[in-house]
Every structure is written in C-alpha cells, then in structure tokens.
Design a protein around this ligand. Structure first.
Ligand SMILES: Cc1cc2nc3c(=O)[nH]c(=O)nc-3n(C[C@H](O)[C@H](O)[C@H](O)COP(=O)(O)OP(=O)(O)OC[C@H]3O[C@@H](n4cnc5c(N)ncnc54)[C@H](O)[C@@H]3O)c2cc1C
Ligand code: FES
Length: 245
C-alpha cells in the first residue's frame, strides 16, 4: 500500500454521468490490473474505491460514475488540484492463468479494469475476445481502446442503441468465442449470470462497500467457499469456484 498526494491532470465528462480522471502520481510502484485505489475526497471521512483503468509513466487513469455525494464532489475537482490516494490495493487479475486466449466480459464501468487487463494480456501475446454491455450507446467508454487491443469485440446494449440488443449473456449464447480463461467485472447480477453460463475456469472482480480498504475493519467481509474473506485484501478478484453468489 502506498499513500501519497497525486495531482489531477484531467477530469472530464466522457459519457453519461461518467468521468475520466487522470492522476499524476507522486510515488508509484508497478500497478497490476484489477487493483484499486482509495481516494480521499475533500470533506468525506471515508475514502472511495475505484479500479485502475490504466497506469504507467507515473500516471493513473480511472473512470467513475457520479452516483452519490462523493463522486459529485470528485467530478467538480479541477486540473492541478491535489488528491490523497492510497494505491497498490487489492489482489488483481491473474493474467498468467490465461494460456492463449482470454474472454473478457464487462458490464458498464466494469470495462475500466478489464481495459488494463487487456493491455497486460496483449503485451504477453495472448488473444483477447471482449464482450461489453451497457444500458445504452451514450454510456459507452473505451471503445477505441478496446478495438485496438482485441481480436474480437462485441457490444450489447439494453435499448439496442449499440450492438446486440440485450445482456452480455445474450451475446455469449449467440456466439461464444474460443477461450481458455475468462475474466468478468460489472454488476454482481451480471457476473453471476456470466459465471453460471461460462464453462471452464475464470475469475470475477467483486464490489463491496468499503471502510478502510486495507484489511483492518472487516467491513467488506464476504462468505466464500474458502470461508470469510475481505474483498479489499483477499480480492476484489476471486476465482469463479470460490464465489458464493
Ligand atoms: C473495488 C472497487 C472498485 C470500484 N471501481 C469503480 C470504478 O472503477 N468506477 C466507479 O464509478 N465506481 C467504482 N466502484 C464503486 C465506487 O466506489 C462507488 O460508486 C463510490 O464509492 C460511490 O461514492 P459516492 O460518495 O458518490 O456514493 P455514496 O453516496 O457513498 O453512494 C451512492 C450509491 O452508490 C452505491 N455505492 C457506494 N459505494 C459502493 C461500492 N463500493 N460498491 C457498490 N455500490 C456502491 C451506494 O449503495 C448508493 O446506492 C468501485 C468499488 C469497489 C469496491
Ligand atoms: S474495507 Fe476494511 S477490511 Fe476491507
């Protein structure tokens, strides 16, 4: 865990209620996809957790949706302002579990950490198939970035304004790419449907309300097949077979 002050170098609206936040790191280690950062938003006692969408050259990129007071304040922060960040948190995706071909299934901003994973997989020379679901076209993020990384990319939208109309599982049922390992991130109900449908090994990045974000308060505890685990330190990424939905 690394705590330091980062400088905001970008914070702009990129889709419905969705912002892309760029942070210039004071001090950084090598981030791994699936890890998260805990941001201290001015005037809020509890930090807020966000997945890393991209990292490198001392820069971190996060995509966040404005859902409550904290993210509303965050969306008003300006370039040049400093923000207190706890970084290097959580156990991320295991890119090395995939031998040749990965299937990435994302819902909404679950696409953000999967983008970072796709970059890692691509750097290792693996094939990448992605299925990304959104409510509607105006919520889509990272389209160009995924197109540049993926061997195949399918979009779904609930209202039919982009790609296949329906859920990500509708797209998977219609055409299932060849893969040896899958990764999913998005709403819990979507990830459960994905894990129920997909055969073979895989993992999912879970979300839980967090207190400390660093293993001390047990506020994020969940029951797993291996007993009680903390999402912030034992996860947020868990193997499919360990998750008790
Ligand atoms: C490991 C992890 C990674 C995350 N990554 C991202 C990300 O990349 N982008 C993003 O937009 N959001 C992400 N979230 C969710 C994000 O932390 C919450 O949306 C944020 O903390 C809400 O803060 P707020 O003060 O605006 O909302 P609050 O006023 O605290 O809550 C507003 C609404 O959001 C819900 N909410 C708040 N926190 C969470 C949470 N941790 N999980 C699920 N629902 C929550 C509440 O139940 C409520 O309905 C992540 C959460 C976790 C645990
Ligand atoms: S949030 Fe405190 S232990 Fe996980």
């Amino acid at each position: 865990m690394i705590k330091s002050l980062y400088t905001i170098s970008g914070n702009s609206l990129v889709a419905d209620d969705t912002f892309r936040l760029e942070l210039q790191a004071g001090e950084t280690g090598r981030e791994i996809s699936g890890e998260f950062v805990h941001l201290s938003i001015p005037d809020f006692y509890l930090r807020r957790p966000f997945s890393i969408c991209d990292a490198g050259d001392g820069k971190l990129t996060i995509f966040y949706k404005v859902v409550g007071e904290g993210t509303k304040v965050l969306s008003k922060m300006c370039v040049g302002e400093k923000i207190d960040v706890l970084a290097k948190l959580g156990r991320g995706f295991s890119a090395d579990e995939c031998k040749e071909s990965a299937l990435l299934v994302g819902g909404g901003l679950g696409a953000a950490p999967l983008h970072f994973l796709a970059k890692e997989l691509k750097a290792e020379g693996k094939r990448i198939h992605a299925v990304l679901g959104f409510n509607k076209a105006s919520e889509v993020v990272l389209e160009e970035e995924f197109r540049a990384l993926c061997d195949s990319l399918t979009f779904t939208s609930l209202d039919g304004s982009l790609g296949i109309k329906g859920f990500v599982t509708d797209a998977l049922k219609a055409s299932l790419p060849q893969y040896d390992y899958f990764y999913t991130c998005g709403p819990m109900i979507m990830m459960k449907a994905v894990c129920d449908f997909l055969e073979g090994p895989g993992e999912a990045s879970l979300e839980e309300r967090m207190g400390c974000g660093a293993g001390f308060c047990y506020g994020c505890s969940i029951q797993t097949a291996k007993g009680v685990r903390r999402v912030c330190t034992d996860g947020p990424v868990f193997k499919k077979e360990d998750i008790l939905w």
